[in-house]
Design a protein around this ligand. Structure first.
Ligand code: 3PG
Ligand code: MG
Length: 399
C-alpha cells in the first residue's frame, strides 16, 4: 500500500481528502470529533516534512448548494486549536478564491476548503470538477476511509490527475489493516455482534460472516424480524415484513454451518417509542400486542456477555437497542462492557463505525477496545468483499 510514509512532502502542497463528516449540534458545535482526531497524524506528517496541507471534505448531505448547517467553517476553530495555527478557509472549494489561497499557502500552513457537496459535481464524480480541484495541490492524499465507498470527484476521480503522486493516509491504512484482521485468519472463538434497526443493511455481511464466525449475536430492531421468522409474537416491534423469509434462511444457514446464531431470548419492551413510555420485560417470542421491544433483556444481556467474554476475536456493528434513550441503552452498555473485558484479557475487538462507535465513544471505552472504525457503510462494504473506489483509485496505476 502506498502511504504517506513513502512520500516526502517537503515544499509540496498536499491536497488531502479527509472525512470530516462529523455531527454538529444546533449551535454548530462538534459533538463527536473522532474523525478529526483520527486525521491528525496524517496532517502532522505532511507539516513535519515541510509541506502545506489543503483539506477537503464533505459534511452531511446538502441538497442543492450551500447551507449554513453543512458549512465546514464550523470546524476551523477546532482545527486551528489542534494544530496551534490559524487554519485558513476558502468559502468555495473551487474558483478564484480557493486558487489564490492555495497558491499563497506556505509550508507549515493549513487551508480548509468549504464543503465539496455544495457542488453537485462532487457526488456525480464530474471529471471537470475533479480536475479543477486537482490544480490546487501537487500531491493527492486520500485519508477519508468513511467515504471510500463513494466514487465521487474528490474521493476517486481526482486520483487520475496525480498518476505518480497519490498516496493514502494513516487512517485509510489502519482501517484496511484492522478490517483484514477480522476477515482473514481471525483467532477463535470469533464472535460477531450485529445490531441496528434493519436487516436489509446487514444481509451481505451476515452471509459473509457465516463462513467465518463461531457466534453471531443479533440485537437491535432487526432482532424482531428474526423472532418473527422463528415463530414468535412480536407485538408492534419493528419488523421488515419482506425480510422475514430471509431471516428464516439465515437461521437455517447458521444451523447448517454450525454457527451459534443467537436471537435475544428476552427484551425490554415499551408501550410506545419514547423514553417516557411504560416499560416491562418479556420473552422476545411473547411480546404483548401493541408493545414493542426496544432493547435486549436481562437474560439476553447475560448470555451475550458470556459469549463475548469467552471470545478471542470480536466484531461489533450496531447497537443492541435504542441506546440514545436512557431506558433502552442498558443492552448496548452491557455488550460494550463485555467487549472491553474480553479485550483486556487479550481478545482483539473491532468496533464498526456508525452508532456502535458512537456508543463506545459516549461510554468512554474507545481506548479500551482494539480499534474503533471511522467508517460505517465503508467498513461494511469492504468486509462484504466489495472494491472501495477510494482505495482502488490510489492503488491502481490505471485508475
Ligand atoms: C458517512 O458518515 O457515512 C460518510 O461520511 C459518508 O457519507 P455519506 O453516507 O453521506 O456518503
Ligand atoms: Mg453513510
Amino acid at each position: 500500500m502506498r502511504t504517506v510514509d513513502a512520500y516526502n512532502f517537503a515544499g509540496k502542497k498536499a491536497l488531502v481528502r479527509v472525512d470530516f463528516n462529523v455531527p454538529l449540534d444546533a449551535d454548530y458545535r462538534i459533538t463527536d470529533d473522532t474523525r478529526i482526531r483520527a486525521a491528525v497524524p496524517t496532517i502532522q506528517k505532511i507539516l513535519d516534512d515541510g509541506g502545506a496541507v489543503i483539506l477537503m471534505s464533505h459534511l452531511g448531505r446538502p441538497k442543492a448548494g450551500p447551507e449554513e448547517k453543512y458549512s465546514l467553517r464550523h470546524l476551523v476553530g477546532r482545527l486551528s486549536q489542534e494544530f496551534n495555527t490559524t487554519v485558513k478557509f476558502a468559502e468555495d472549494c473551487v474558483g478564484p478564491e480557493a486558487a489564490q489561497l492555495a497558491q499563497d499557502l506556505q509550508p507549515g500552513e493549513i487551508l480548509l476548503l468549504e464543503n465539496l457537496r455544495f457542488h453537485k459535481a462532487e457526488e456525480k464524480g464530474d471529471t471537470e470538477f475533479a480536475r479543477e480541484l486537482s490544480t490546487l495541490g501537487d500531491v493527492y492524499v486520500n485519508d477519508a476511509f468513511g467515504t471510500a465507498h463513494r466514487e465521487h470527484a474528490s474521493t476517486a476521480v481526482i486520483a487520475r490527475y496525480f498518476p505518480n503522486d497519490k498516496v493514502m493516509g494513516y487512517v485509510m491504512h489502519a482501517e484496511l489493516d484492522n478490517a483484514r484482521r477480522v476477515m482473514d485468519n481471525a483467532e477463535r472463538p470469533y464472535t460477531a455482534i450485529m445490531g441496528g434497526a434493519k436487516i436489509s443493511d446487514k444481509i451481505l455481511i451476515i452471509e459473509k460472516l457465516m463462513d467465518r464466525v463461531d457466534n453471531l449475536l443479533i440485537g437491535g430492531g432487526m432482532s424482531y424480524t428474526f423472532v418473527k421468522a422463528d415463530g414468535g409474537q412480536i407485538g408492534s416491534s419493528l419488523v421488515e415484513e419482506d425480510k422475514v423469509e430471509l431471516a428464516s434462511r439465515l437461521i437455517a444457514m447458521a444451523r447448517e454451518k454450525g454457527v451459534n446464531l443467537m436471537i435475544p431470548v428476552d427484551s425490554i419492551i415499551a408501550d410506545e417509542f419514547s423514553n417516557d413510555a411504560n416499560v416491562d420485560t418479556a420473552l422476545s417470542h411473547h411480546i404483548k400486542p401493541l408493545w414493542m421491544g426496544l432493547d435486549i433483556g436481562p437474560n439476553a444481556r447475560e448470555m451475550y456477555a458470556d459469549v463475548i467474554r469467552n471470545s478471542k476475536t470480536i466484531l461489533w456493528n450496531g447497537p443492541m437497542g435504542v441506546f440514545e434513550m436512557s431506558n433502552f441503552s442498558v443492552g448496548t452498555e452491557a455488550v460494550a462492557e463485555a467487549v472491553v473485558d474480553a479485550t483486556r484479557r487479550g481478545a482483539y475487538s473491532l468496533i464498526g463505525g456508525g452508532d456502535s462507535a458512537a456508543a463506545v465513544n459516549q461510554l468512554g471505552y474507545a481506548d479500551r477496545v482494539s480499534y474503533v472504525s471511522t467508517g460505517g457503510g465503508a467498513l461494511l462494504e469492504y468486509m462484504e468483499g466489495k472494491t472501495l473506489p477510494g482505495v482502488a483509485a490510489i492503488e491502481r496505476d490505471d485508475y
